[in-house]
Design a protein around this ligand. Sequence first.
Ligand code: 5GP
Length: 221
Amino acid sequence: MSNEPHNTPHIGPRIARRGLLLVLSSPSGAGKTTLARALLDSDKGIHLSVSVTTRPSRPGEVGGRDYHFIDQAEFDRLRESGELLEWARVFDNSYGTPRAAVERAISEGHDVLFDIDWQGAQQLSEKLAGDLVRVFVLPPSGDVLERRLHTRAQDPKHVVDARMSKAAAEISHWPEYDYVIVNTHLEESIAGLRAILTAERLKRERLLGLSDFVRDLQSRL
Ligand code: 5GP
């Protein structure tokens, strides 16, 4: 995947850099979607990758914003024609990341945020390791997780129960991530996530324009 130079935002002179791909994973109910929305609202330099899914939409979800809701035949077509950057079966439904939208966002100079599970994070790690920043979100306790899943109340009870029992399996993947946020207080978690993004944007190896900048700087000393 091509990765056009970006600019370092906010800090110091404009130095071209590679765009980054920020992956957020967690068990359902840990607050990941809320965190993702807060980050997107507060930082216009990062765009959400909108996945395709065969899951039916929940009340309040909007096609094209939360997901592209498609049927299994269309999903299979996208997968077989290589139009998905990664894909996985989660809770008996298929989910995948459309490749073209990610490439477009990167080429337009945006970083990209992914709300995907550990299977997707592993596939992106194999393909795009250098551009990837992986963040895992944990609930502060099992009780809080169960309460959040119940109060969300948009899924039938058997779905909530299935998600609770899958949480342990998902949580077991935490060591595969670069950062872990324990989501006790939302505001603190958002601040942590923003700090991760700021620091990762400043990583030396992403700053493609740094050699030229330093050479120019040295020539004037
Ligand atoms: P939900 O049905 O609650 O929206 O999502 C269920 C799980 O699927 C979440 O962990 C979410 O992060 C994950 N997910 C959503 N989109 C994708 C995707 O495109 N790829 C992968 N691998 N997982 C996804």
